[in-house]
Design a binder for this molecule. Structure first.
Ligand code: ZN
Length: 450
């Protein structure tokens, strides 16, 4: 099946979502939105619900010509690669069809077939106002926008935490278990989140970690046909206590010299620092912790919480900036947020053209079944306090992927409204409708008064 075999979905299939996280607004149909915008019909949809043929226009690039000789512009949005992402949704639909999952295929085909923009009079500036996401977990477009949005929110949360607790220093934790075959993936995800819940209730954890964010991530290994499920977490600790010990240990091994031994001892005794564990041994196999240390290690705690009969791999590090600098700067927080808020799965795991289609369809089906109705992220402590009322995952707003910028047009400052539709024939979003924005109140807001 080729892309052009898909017909443009009917308006009823195209549920619009507005910019705000308002479920009622989300249920507004596309047709109703059209009506609200002045009842102008959409030009490029014919009565049969099929799209009109377009050809590249001789007038120039970025333009298509319809059979009436009119030039139709393709979407230009410097902020997001709609075309590339939409094409990925069609590739995913093909994989769903390969496993006879037509329900998911139909949904992902209909994703982002309609985009609404606020635009200026000249058509040089535009800001996305609404589109119709499919909200499928494995939709490359929806997943990508969700990850961008989650990163932006996590950065806001981390900034708020650091403003309120200047002593907070961020650690990046990766907690893993052994790779599993596809049929054990869903269970493994449940075990991971349960293991985290146990860990986060342990007294040493509660003492050392004052706030956290955790997310589940999965990768696929095509060589072994196994799945690697793990947890990424950002943990806020009191840097004054935590790193005083950690740095001394890293540099000096098990002997803490030239420092007030009693003070160090009390940090350990109070559980403010948790050593890594197995990797903390020196070449002679001795633990790089003082002999008197009887406290827990990350590896042991994770092993216990996961009820494992082997030592799992645990990585822990201070968050680092873009050039690897160790200081806990805003850029470092951003980097950590970007890493932790990555989507649970990478679309390259099932869109990788080097793997046979049947394998890719199998990976997609495994992910779909494993992630169904699973909650993938959670917050605790200072981070949960800072996020009060901000639902990280389920707010449903996929329009505002990033922080708004001053450049962005608003309903009050945009003279025009534009809507674009995905044209399956040419594989691009093309302009369907351009009308005056009834909410425009800027200079020359005469349209409002008419
Ligand atoms: Zn989607």
């Amino acid at each position: 099946m080729t892309m052009s075999d898909y017909t443009t979905p009917t308006p009823e299939m195209q549920e619009g979502t507005s910019g705000k996280s308002n479920k009622k607004q989300q249920s507004t149909t596309w047709a109703a939105q059209q009506a609200r915008r002045g009842g102008r019909s959409v030009v490029a949809l014919s009565r049969e619900g099929r799209e009109r043929p377009l050809k590249p226009s001789p007038s120039g690039p970025g333009l298509y010509r319809d059979r009436f000789g009119h030039d139709v512009p393709a979407l230009r949005d410097s902020k997001y690669e709609w075309r590339q992402k939409k094409q990925k949704t069609l590739a995913v639909a093909t994989l769903y069809r390969a496993t006879d999952d037509h329900q998911h295929a139909d949904r992902v085909v209909s994703c982002a077939t309609w985009l609404q923009y606020l635009a200026d009079q000249a058509g040089d500036k535009r800001t996305l106002q609404a589109f119709n996401p499919c909200h499928l977990r494995l939709c490359p477009l929806c997943a990508n926008r969700k990850a961008r949005q989650m990163t932006a929110r996590l950065v806001r949360i981390l900034t708020a935490v650091k403003a309120e607790h200047p002593e907070a220093t961020l650690l990046f934790l990766t907690l893993t278990v052994k790779n599993v075959p596809g049929n054990e993936l869903r269970d493994t995800l449940a075990k991971l989140t349960k293991g985290w819940d146990r860990l986060a209730k342990r007294r040493p954890f509660l003492r050392a970690v004052l706030g956290w964010f955790r997310a589940v991530e999965i990768t696929y290994n095509p060589t072994t046909d196994e799945y690697h499920a793990h947890i990424h977490a950002i943990a806020a600790v009191d840097g004054r206590a935590y790193f005083r010990v950690a740095v001394l240990l890293d540099r000096k091994g098990n002997e803490v010299k030239g420092e007030d031994d009693k003070a160090i001892r009390s940090l350990y005794a109070n559980g403010l620092y948790i050593p890594h564990g197995r990797d903390d041994r020196d070449e002679g196999g001795n633990l790089k912790t003082p002999d008197w240390y009887k406290g827990p290690f990350w590896v042991d705690m994770w092993r216990d919480c996961m009820r494992l009969d082997y030592d799992p791999s645990v990585r822990i590090s201070k968050v680092t900036g873009p050039k690897g600098e160790q200081r806990d700067t805003d850029a470092a927080s951003y980097n950590a947020a970007l890493e932790a808020a990555k989507y649970a799965t990478k679309d390259s795991d099932y869109l990788n053209g080097k793997m046979p289609e049947a394998v890719r369809a199998g990976v997609l089906a495994t992910y779909t079944a494993a992630l169904h109705r699973k909650r993938l992220v959670a917050l605790g402590g200072w981070l949960a306090d800072a996020a009060q009322g901000l639902d990280l995952e389920d707010d449903g707003d996929l329009v505002h992927g990033d922080e708004p910028s001053d450049e962005d047009l608003t309903a009050a400052t945009a003279e025009m409204l534009e809507s674009y539709g995905w044209h399956f024939g040419v594989g691009e979003h093309v302009l369907k409708d351009r009308t005056r924005n009834p909410d425009y109140t800027g200079q020359g807001g005469k349209w409002k008064r008419q």
